[in-house]
Design a protein around this ligand. Sequence first.
Ligand SMILES: NC(=O)c1ccc[n+]([C@@H]2O[C@H](COP(=O)([O-])OP(=O)(O)OC[C@H]3O[C@@H](n4cnc5c(N)ncnc54)[C@H](O)[C@@H]3O)[C@@H](O)[C@H]2O)c1
Length: 340
Amino acid sequence: LGQTVGIAVVGLGYWGPNLLRNFAETPGARVVAGCDARAELLERQRARYPAIRFVSRYEELLTDPEVDAIALATPAATHEAMAEAALRAGKHVLVEKPIATSSAGARRLIEAARVVSRVLMVGHTFEYNPAVLRLREVVQGASFGRPVYAYTTRVNLGQIRDDVNAMWNLAPHDISILLFLFGEPPVAVSANGKAFVRPQQEDVVFVYLEFPSGAVAHVHVSWLDPSKVRRVTVVGERQMAVYDDLDAEAKLRIYDKGVDQQVIPHEGGLYDYALRLRAGDIVCPQIPWKEPLLLECAHFVECVSRGERPRTDGENGLRVTRVLEAAQESLRAQGRRVSV
Ligand SMILES: NC(=O)c1ccc[n+]([C@@H]2O[C@H](COP(=O)([O-])OP(=O)(O)OC[C@H]3O[C@@H](n4cnc5c(N)ncnc54)[C@H](O)[C@@H]3O)[C@@H](O)[C@H]2O)c1
């Protein structure tokens, strides 16, 4: 038991119980506590996990020697202050996305983790998703050709938040996926959006990103849509790929489609170019499936046990936050192009 990492999960609303369930199954971890400000949520989890201590006051966890690490699944606006308090108390921290609601906040957390030599990890779940890992292999592989553009759709009816807009709530996933696929952050972004349901809180947002390689991407997020869509399309010079998170059978499709240039020789050494559309096979790779959140929890516990830096560390969280912050500035300026 001395070797296991004592985990406390904070925020037991929609997402926190998933962290609780996965940490309970993670080798090397022991969930010692759960916390939420709402008594009825504590009762619900107490019934499920009688061996775990459930408390309503976060501060109790900070002085508890059994708690080595804190996983935060509270609303975005609370992340920075709660994560900083945990780090200052010498706890390792896994914080849900977005890591903070400003890049200055993300930098403060990186610094706080450095000072106490503790692990700081952000819950960019899709970077642990086997289908996304496979998509990255495809996109960065030789037969795909240079990726030229990508677009993502993450829309549904709700869930409407009151602390952040739809972009800060949903787009952290898309931006983390795009940076992971392209291997670099964008140089500039522009964003447009509109608040239809409540004033000042955009429920529909379109973000356009320009990458140093010349590739571009578009992110569409919305809380105001008839159906749930979670899709990423990447177009390369030779192949194209679609990742559909909701497709149980074929999460990833690779299309051998593209436009080839053909040289047509004429008399006297003259020649023309012709464009030919190529539509070849569609391949659905067999992807060994594991719940991404379980892989994420296991990675966190491994990093804490070995004192290693997580793949989605504070810097990774900061890069995503910088893009969101620039997009927010653009959103307020009716889509003006903003450097990242
Ligand atoms: N990685 C993913 O795929 C994913 C999916 C959903 C949500 N999330 C993230 O998880 C976080 C929570 O989202 P949610 O949908 O579960 O929200 P939620 O509103 O359902 O739950 C948040 C809970 O935190 C509790 N809380 C707030 N402040 C607290 C405090 N100071 N002390 C104790 N408890 C407190 C609230 O009572 C509430 O029960 C958000 O950051 C969200 O972005 C991530």
